[in-house]
Design a protein around this ligand. Structure first.
Ligand code: SDX
Length: 390
């Protein structure tokens, strides 16, 4: 009987939990993590400090920061057997397909902390996941291009180490470009958490069964992969490539296609379920994009010009104004990642790496507060009872 349930497809007006981690005011374009505005964190903090904040609720003291950073740096290696998992994949496998597998496989290596009711076990899992995701991500890339896996370097910062494992090789010394490392760290921060988005909700639902945290994160990675969610950063670049030139008529043609309900084309990196105003992360991302491209000497980037013109044309169009559709976090991130030399098919992997701290913070909060298994109901639309033909 449908009368007993609230029917809310897409969970447009259902709060699935209580949380103290992230606050969004969609009408005014506000995003706060533990009370701190995202633009202030992006300017003054770093991903490790922000990770501590998301996980623990407060900014760390100097000593707490040193200790947290030390633990993350010292859990970066993955078990040697993990390399064998990669070898089972085709070289041209999409890195997100590989990530779903290898992140979930971590469950098999950490049977020492199965009691998730013990806060120390939960903390160790959080640190392991945070520390090992860049290693797994860079292994995906190295496997794809046929180069040897690079062991992490614990003397480097989180972002520096990731770039080193991505672009270094055993044959020659590698110097991390500080501009690239700063930009990378900012991208990590801007993606770190966003309350009950599809992938975080997936992690919570999986976690509500008492499943192992590594398995829950693997579920989150799978949910993030779709082009309507984290896969949008890859789709934006593909779209900008397809648009090809910045002429007004050409861009207008794509904007018109996005408005046409008979055409499946949508402006990727545009629109958001919660923001009916600018995504505050997109503002920071756009500024970062300008800064990074200028500093790397690629300020004349053709895709950036197309993106800016596209944004301008769309924001003046009645269709986008009426529906309050603005650029989201993914609109400019791909241009920065491309400028840093990251291949397009790794963009969503970088989103997954960045979001890991958000996922694990939500998982930790949920287990700490005590959770009831998630179990939505449905409106049954099938046959009434009928007899099997005897
Ligand atoms: C992320 O939830 C999160 O917090 C996610 C995220 C995070 O940090 O975790 O912020 C990350 O996933 C960002 C979103 C990335 N996705 C894209 O950029 C893909 C393109 N955008 C969309 O497909 C869409 O806007 C969504 C998926 C983001 C939101 O979907 P909703 O909330 O279901 O929006 P909707 O379908 O209700 O849209 C309302 C109207 C519709 O038109 P009408 O039927 O009313 O005429 O706006 C239209 C939509 O067709 N619309 C678009 C559009 N997005 C919405 N029209 C053209 N182009 C678009 N991009």
């Amino acid at each position: 009987d449908s009368g007993y349930f609230t029917f809310d497809p897409g969970f447009v007006s259902t709060a699935s939990c209580e949380s103290e981690i992230t606050y969004i005011d969609g009408a005014n374009g506000v995003l706060l993590h533990r009370g701190y505005p995202i633009d202030q964190l992006a300017e003054h903090s770093n991903y490790i400090e922000m990770g501590y904040l998301l996980l623990n609720g407060e900014l760390p003291t100097e000593e707490q920061y040193r200790e947290f950073d030390y633990h993350v740096r010292n859990h970066t290696m993955v078990h040697e057997q993990i390399a064998n998992f990669f070898k089972g994949f085709r070289r041209d496998a999409h890195p997100m397909a590989v990530m779903c597998g290898v992140a979930g496989a971590l469950s098999a290596f950490y049977h020492d902390n199965l009691d998730i009711d013990d806060p120390e076990n939960r903390e160790v899992s959080a640190i392991r996941l945070l520390a090992k995701m860049p290693t797994l991500a860079s292994m995906c890339y190295k496997y794809n291009i046929g180069q040897p896996f690079m062991y992490p370097r614990n003397d480097l910062s989180y972002a520096e180490n990731f770039l080193y494992m991505m672009f270094g090789n055993p044959c020659e010394p590698f110097e991390v470009n500080p501009v690239a490392a700063k930009a990378m760290d900012r991208i990590f921060m801007l993606h770190a958490d966003h309350e009950q988005n599809a992938s975080t909700s997936t992690v919570r639902l999986a976690g509500s069964t008492g499943a192992n945290p590594f398995a829950c994160i693997s579920a989150g990675i799978a949910a993030l992969w779709g082009p309507a969610h984290g896969g949008a950063n890859e789709a934006v670049l593909t779209m900008l490539e397809e648009i090809g030139d910045e002429s007004e008529e050409n861009i207008q043609r794509y904007v018109d296609r996005a408005k046409d309900k008979d055409d499946p084309f949508r402006l990727m990196g545009f629109g958001h379920r919660v923001y009916r105003n600018f995504d505050p992360r997109a503002k920071v991302m756009k500024e970062t994009c300008d800064e990074v491209l200028a500093e790397l000497g690629t300020g004349n980037n053709a895709k950036l010009k197309i993106a800016k013109r596209l944004e301008q044309i769309a924001l003046e169009d009645e269709y986008f104004i009426e529906r309050k559709l603005y650029p989201n976090v993914d609109f400019y991130s791909g241009i920065i990642l491309e400028a840093l030399g990251i291949p397009t098919n790794m963009f969503t992997v970088i989103f997954a790496m960045s979001r890991t701290i958000g996922w694990i913070s939500h998982w930790n909060e949920m287990i700490k507060n005590g959770v009831r298994i998630g179990r939505p109901r449905q409106l049954y639309k099938g046959y009434d009872k009928r007899d099997y033909p005897a």
